[in-house]
Write a protein that binds this ligand. Structure first.
Ligand code: BGC
Length: 802
């Protein structure tokens, strides 16, 4: 029965309201049994469930999590460019939610991939806002059609991991709206997600969790979002500021210190009961929208087959110059690289799940009876060159028909909570690839990696297959593609830059507190393409075993819609999918522009030696950009060049259309003094001046928002605290290493390693938010004082009675 929200609000005591706006534990909201309000249960995603067996746990759900099917991660699934598939995958995730009694799945994660060094690149969808919005809109529908709530995260501009708990992203208005907010806003308009998670970081100097402009002006008023806004886990600062700004729910729920802060704020008039009512009503509305469902068993085996299908459709054939692929299983093969035995399939962090049935590449090759010899060649968990392993491998490859080398980044090199230190593939893998190429050029490179990397030898390698982090079925999918049972059809949704120096403002990304997004709208391909920077692989690139021919293109603009048509003929003997992409260019403009922007696409299956009509219809709203004067998304008058492409820059046909709108963009504002020419070397002072930012550089003192790694160089007691923090994590590792079952031991070892590494970027504020019994506020403040050398003040605070 639906709750009578107004009545419940009248009957709730003020104390109940204070407590209702935070969770009861790790993944549940508070019930109010006397008023018939149940707790809402959440679980991480986004590419499968990480549901704790015991929801009263606050953090380490992976230690004790239920089994669920691990589907391809964000970038991977998005590379399928297959809307039906995305729907099927998210629908399956919702079925698993119903199986385990989960009301809210914490995904999709749709922050823009601004920089490939971001540790969480794998989980996010794309560098392109159109692809991200399209993906999220379908994902949300697939979940919510089964009456489970989706949660868009992390709002907004959480584009790096090292500084996410304390740093600030400084973003100009155009980049903010056109690139970073667009996926969220467009998804809200297209499919009404019931919940959103705000990001840890500050945006333009204010924490997202207490940012009125972001949460209320933009999200609720402008985008019309009417669901629950929850915090990322422990992402609050001044809790009452959050209540005023529009943050409904603080997660997780073990911070009674914040309840007290709300009590005092009410007393002092900093917030009113009406402010709390608004937050409570939104949470109660969620109870009504998702209703309590009967648990229904789901078919995990069916989902496992879906995981294989999804991985097959998401894999990308990056090169196949001499048609080394597909292979014939009776030739001689040498396979190198430890990834063959331990192919990576999911990323590490809050999305890390216990898979239902993990396929392993080596086993799949054995099952198929492929004739191969295998040598490790390198150690996966290290980057040190091991000459013994290399020599063993090199001895065998001279007379072999083809050499497979399995490479990629593993959890040591990319994971949530910290950013990658380098864009390079680990040294030992680079060394092996280079040495093999000197002996045998028939190399097929198999890549299992959550993000792009630098590898000079890419130019010399004739065949490359990219699997990203393709979920538990990826090894089977890879085997099917290698054998030609499946024709690859994925296309890149993120550019592969050649070198670290090619990534715009890479040093700025590595700053340790304030990150200036100086490249503005020139993110991903919008940068490489506009400024003519050569890449390894362009956005939208991906090959097939089929060959296609393109005829009869037409592009017209009528009644606010751009209509593109094309006939695609499969002129090969292999059935296959082709994806057609539509970009626009505005040559004459009053404001700075990217050369090409994606506005539509279509993927179709075409049988061998037959043809298919492609029709792609695009709403004119895709031409909108942000007008810094009116603060609205508007379309500039004039002519637009519409391009039908195979991938970015490979044009099949193009035509100009004239769009006459009432709005006329005015370039006469400070921010528009950015031009394509000065954007590449803008100084901090100029950037701040143009945007009106007043940015305080990080001080030397330790604060509640200093990362634990900073304590290493603080006063003695801070250094002792640093060592103790590390020691307690190492103790966890030792404990896990005693577990007998190897599979569980390996899985949990990864998890505790993640906690150890990401802890270095953790703050005492976050620790207090996570669990104020273990880290009470007065202890946290005391530790900060001690770390700054204020012994007396520090001890006084620590010894303070509550
Ligand atoms: C992550 C979220 C996740 C939450 C709960 C946070 O650290 O940023 O994406 O949903 O933890 O596990």
């Amino acid at each position: 029965m639906a709750l009578d929200i107004e009545k419940i609000i009248k009957e709730m005591t003020v104390e109940e309201k204070i407590q209702f706006v935070s969770g009861i534990n790790g993944f549940e909201t508070k019930p109010i049994p006397r008023l018939g309000v149940r707790g809402i249960i959440m679980s991480d995603g986004p590419h499968g469930l990480r549901k704790s067996k015991d929801s009263s746990e606050t953090m380490d759900t992976t230690i004790n999590s239920e089994i669920s099917v691990c589907l391809p991660s964000g970038t991977s699934l998005a590379s399928s460019w297959d809307n039906e598939l995305i729907y099927k995958v998210s629908n399956a995730i919702a079925e698993e939610c119903i199986h385990y009694g989960v009301d809210v799945i914490l995904g999709p994660a749709i922050n823009i991939q601004r920089n490939p060094l971001c540790g969480r690149h794998f989980e996010y969808v794309s560098e392109d806002p159109y692809i991200s919005a399209n993906y999220a809109s379908i994902y949300v529908k697939g979940v919510q059609d089964l009456n489970v709530a989706a949660c868009l995260k992390h709002f907004a501009c959480n584009n790096n991991e090292n500084t996410r708990l304390f740093g600030s992203s400084y973003v100009d208005e155009r980049a903010l709206h056109e690139i970073y907010l667009k996926p969220f806003i467009d998804t809200i308009k297209a499919s009404n997600p019931y919940t959103m998670m705000c990001a840890y970081n500050k945006l333009n100097g204010t924490f997202c969790s207490e940012n009125y402009e972001l949460l209320t002006s933009i999200l609720r008023k402008r985008a019309g979002f009417c669901g629950v806004i929850m915090s990322d886990w422990s992402a609050t600062n001044l809790r009452y500021e959050g209540v005023k700004a529009g943050l409904d729910l603080e997660m997780p729920g073990s911070n009674k210190d914040n309840d007290e802060i709300l009590r005092v704020a009410l007393k002092e008039g900093k917030i009113t009961e009406e402010d709390l009512n608004k937050r409570c009503k939104n949470i109660l509305k969620l109870n009504n929208v998702i209703k309590e469902k009967e648990r229904k068993k789901c078919d995990f085996e069916k989902h496992h087959l879906l995981a294989i299908e999804a991985a097959e459709k998401s894999a990308i054939l990056l090169k196949n110059e001499t048609n080394l692929l597909p292979i014939n299983k009776d030739e001689n093969y040498v396979i190198l690289g430890e990834m063959f035995e331990k192919n990576r399939y999911q990323g590490l962090g809050s999305s890390f799940i216990f898979p239902y049935k993990r396929e392993i590449l080596k086993q799949c090759f054995d099952t198929e009876g492929i004739n191969y010899k295998y040598f490790k060649g390198y150690e996966l968990d290290s980057d040190k060159v091991d000459e013994k392993l290399e020599n063993e491998a090199l001895k065998e490859i001279k007379d072999t028909d083809k050499v497979f080398i399995c490479v990629g980044l593993n959890d040591e090199f990319e994971c949530e909570g910290l950013d990658r230190k380098t864009y390079k593939l680990p040294d030992n893998q680079i060394s092996l690839v280079n040495k093999v190429l000197k002996v045998n050029k028939n190399v097929i490179l198999l890549i299992f990696s959550g993000s792009p990397f630098e590898l000079d030898a890419i130019e010399e390698i004739p065949s490359i297959l990219l699997f990203n982090l393709g979920g538990e079925g990826v090894a089977k999918a890879a085997t099917n593609i290698i054998l030609g049972k499946v024709n690859p059809s994925g296309k890149l949704v993120t550019t592969w830059p050649k070198k670290e120096e090619d990534i715009p403002y890479i040093d700025e990304f590595k700053n340790d507190t304030n990150i200036r997004y100086k490249e503005s709208i020139y993110v991903g391909y919008r940068y490489y393409d506009t400024f003519g920077v050569e890449t390894n692989f362009n956005f939208g690139h991906g090959l097939s075993y089929s060959k296609f021919e393109y005829t009869n293109p037409s592009i017209i603009y009528k009644n606010g819609r751009i209509k593109c048509k094309l006939t695609v003929k499969n002129i090969s003997n292999v059935d296959g999918y082709e994806t057609i992409q539509v970009y626009y260019e505005k040559e004459e403009s009053n404001v700075y522009r990217a050369k090409n922007s994606l506005i539509g696409f279509k993927k179709e299956f075409i049988k061998a030696n037959s043809e298919k009509e492609f029709e792609i219809e695009i709403d004119k709203k895709e031409l909108e950009i942000f007008d810094v004067n009116s603060k609205e998304m508007v379309i500039e008058n004039g002519s637009y060049l519409i391009k039908i492409c195979k991938r970015l820059g490979e044009i099949i046909a193009q035509n100009s259309i004239d769009v006459v709108e009432e709005s006329q963009l005015n370039s006469d504002t400070k921010i528009n003094q950015f031009t394509k020419d000065n954007i590449l070397n803008i100084s901090n002072a100029e950037f701040d001046e143009l945007n009106g930012f007043k940015i305080e550089e990080k001080g030397k003192e330790i604060t509640l928002f200093s990362p634990i790694k900073d304590y290493k160089n603080s006063h003695l007691i801070g250094r002792i605290f640093y060592k103790a923090a590390i020691k307690s994590q190492l103790k966890q590792i030792k404990k896990v290493q005693k577990i007998e079952n190897k599979e569980i031991r390996d899985h949990l070892t990864k998890n505790v390693n993640f906690s150890l590494k990401s802890m270095l970027n953790f703050t005492l504020n976050a620790m207090n938010n996570f669990d104020c019994n273990q880290m009470p506020k007065h202890t946290a403040i005391g530790l900060v004082e001690l770390a700054n050398g204020h012994i007396f003040k520090g001890l006084k605070s620590i010894l303070k009675k509550k």
